[in-house]
Write a protein that binds this ligand. Structure first.
Ligand SMILES: CSCCC(=O)C(=O)COP(=O)(O)O
Ligand SMILES: [Zn+2]
Length: 202
């Protein structure tokens, strides 16, 4: 039996949705969000809803280790794969930012976007700005089960960066809590925005 959906979890997801919408990160119903409910279950947003105006009925509780029920987002496997791979992952947020979408296309062949020497590296757990961060990029794929397997195989047990890009699509980030996932997403997005701006100015 599935556990009840805690109101606090819905509110965390809805609050992130409002924030993401205020930043222009979830245009045209894009994006999807999830939050671990317990060791075996997660709450995920339903498909096609306005992610800036999430209501309790827009979030479903599902089993992490079971097949994805109908009418949920096609991207649900990408969320569940993160929870399966790492028991410490408590929230996964996916948004469609311009910087993530553009840079993931420009660097798809390299399979990585690199940023150097930025203080914001610390937001994703890097100790010093004197570092190079490599944000992984994966080719987009409508077969999201195959895509999730490819992502997890490359990320491994201890990913260096708490996020990745899907080429021409957007960005995924995660953390132990919703606040951690949001901080990681904000940090990664800032790094990408800086990289894009530097390329423009050069
Ligand atoms: C309108 S964007 C296309 C689908 C997508 O990439 C996305 O993030 C939203 O999908 P969902 O099914 O979760 O609403
Ligand atoms: Zn998407």
């Amino acid at each position: 039996m599935l556990p009840a959906l805690p109101g606090a979890v819905v509110e965390e997801i809805a609050a992130f949705g409002r924030y993401a919408a205020s930043r222009g990160w979830v245009p045209a119903t894009s994006g999807n969000f999830s939050r671990r409910v317990d060791a075996r279950h997660a709450a995920v947003t339903r498909s096609g809803i306005d992610k800036g105006a999430i209501a309790p009925g827009d979030v479903a509780v599902i089993a992490i280790d079971e097949p994805v029920p109908p009418r949920l987002s096609a991207e649900t496997p990408l969320h569940l794969a993160r929870y399966r791979s790492d028991a410490a992952v408590g929230a996964v947020f996916h948004v469609h930012t311009v910087a993530a979408t553009v840079l993931s296309r420009l660097y798809e062949r390299e399979g990585v976007v690199r940023t150097d020497g930025l203080e914001m590296h610390k937001a994703i757990g890097v100790r010093t700005h004197e570092s190079t961060v490599e944000i992984p990029i994966f080719a987009n794929d409508q077969d999201t089960f195959a895509l999730a397997a490819r992502v997890e195989a490359r990320l491994g047990a201890d990913p260096a960066v708490p996020g990745y890009l899907l080429a021409g699509h957007g960005i995924y980030a995660w953390g132990a809590t919703a606040a951690d996932a949001r901080r990681h997403l904000e940090g990664l997005e800032f790094l990408l925005a800086c990289h894009l701006e530097e390329r423009r100015l050069r």
